[in-house]
Design a protein around this ligand. Structure first.
Ligand code: UT7
Length: 329
């Protein structure tokens, strides 16, 4: 039985509607100059009410399946990393139906902006234990639904999208190392919280009725956390993989802020030409950002078979993690 894993195909999808910095200046007191210099973001894609996470994720998933050279009927497991499902019970099963992945078991996984890296490692465990052979991992989010469009500290950052990869059992194990972390004591720095008020059912028995409230973030603390913890966790994953920093061909970080990408690369001594970035065009797309950047780089012919990629996700939870893998079989 094959017990290694390979990442054999990728895909991505973004909504057609673009929201540029200039447009944001009509909503909040900000400027293109502030947003560009503090974040590197020029524009982001926004889902219209007629669009959905399931549609974006299905499109990305279809591309990844085709790129891997298999069919939806071959998929054993669909993992949807998201914090913004169309249905709180999960959206993975809707995607399974849309894809016609009849034999696949499907479920959602929530780890915010770390969701793709956590999903990658989760998928790998099922393959390494011989339980499944073909896994579709999708990272997707529609954070525009949950942004406070009057809060200039957050509304300038986020965008919508989905990215996907297919992982398959393989003779050689291309997942070389990983490390995953959580620290709930810092949970209050980044939230999309449920708020409700008591509704009395009968004397002494109350239930809560409410909804989720827009994203709140302490940007400075999250920035500080990312710049410190991401290089550490990449170092841990590299140590586990038994490879050195100069052997890395590409660094694909969660696309949160260009300044974070630059600071992490600098701390790790990774030259600029190895850093993949598309944050200028899409903003922070949460669980989608890594597979979106990965797929673009594959499409552009930058990433070639057996290139060594270091990836790291970080965000709400707080959660963070890194994986070192080689592209292709
Ligand atoms: O995916 C999850 C991970 N999330 C992140 O990685 C986010 C990490 N944090 C960041 O990227 C940065 O902290 C931000 C981009 C969110 C903010 O950048 P900053 O350099 O930390 O700015 P700041 O929050 O310290 O704000 C500096 C000033 C403040 O004014 P005062 O108090 O100095 O007068 C803000 O009120 O900039 C002001 N400000 C703005 N001004 C114009 C905040 N947002 C804006 C804005 N336009 N959009």
């Amino acid at each position: 039985m094959l017990k290694g894993i390979a990442i054999t195909g990728s895909g991505s999808a973004v909504p057609a509607t673009t929201l540029d910095n200039q447009l944001l200046t009509q909503l909040v007191e900000t400027s293109d100059e502030w947003i560009t210099t503090r974040t590197g973001i020029s524009q982001r894609r926004i889902s219209l009410p007629t669009e959905s996470l399931s549609i974006l994720a299905t499109t990305a998933g279809k591309q990844a399946i085709a790129a891997a050279g298999i069919t939806a009927a071959d998929i054993d497991l669909i993992l949807l990393a998201t914090s913004t499902p169309d249905d709180l019970f999960g959206s993975a099963c809707r995607i399974q139906a849309e894809l016609g992945a009849t034999k696949a078991v499907a479920f959602d996984l929530t780890a915010a902006c770390s969701g793709f890296v956590f999903g990658l490692v989760t998928a790998a465990q099922y393959i390494r234990t011989g339980v499944y052979q073909n896994v579709l991992l999708i990272g997707g989010d529609i954070l525009s639904r949950w942004v406070d469009w009057q809060d200039r500290r957050t509304c300038i950052l986020f965008g919508d999208g989905a990215g996907a990869v297919v992982l398959q059992s393989n003779e050689s194990d291309r997942l070389l190392g990983f490390s995953l972390k959580s620290d709930g004591t810092q949970n209050h720095y980044l939230n999309l919280p449920y708020h409700g008020s008591a509704q009395e059912l009968s004397p002494g028995i109350n239930v809560t009725k409410g909804t989720y409230h827009p994203i709140t973030m302490n940007g400075k603390e999250v920035y500080r956390f990312a710049v410190q913890k991401v290089p550490e966790v990449i170092d841990k994953a590299l140590f586990q993989a038994n490879i050195t920093i100069d052997q890395i061909d590409w660094l694909i970080l969660h696309q949160a802020n260009q300044r974070i990408l630059n600071a992490v690369a600098e701390r790790l001594n990774i030259p600029e030409h190895k850093v993949i970035s598309n944050v200028a065009n899409y903003g922070n797309t949460s669980a989608a950002s890594i597979p979106l950047a990965l797929n673009e780089a594959v499409q552009q012919g930058k990433i070639k078979p057996h290139d060594i990629i270091a990836t790291s996700g970080f965000g709400a939870g707080l959660t963070w993690g890194a994986a070192i893998f080689q592209w292709g079989r």
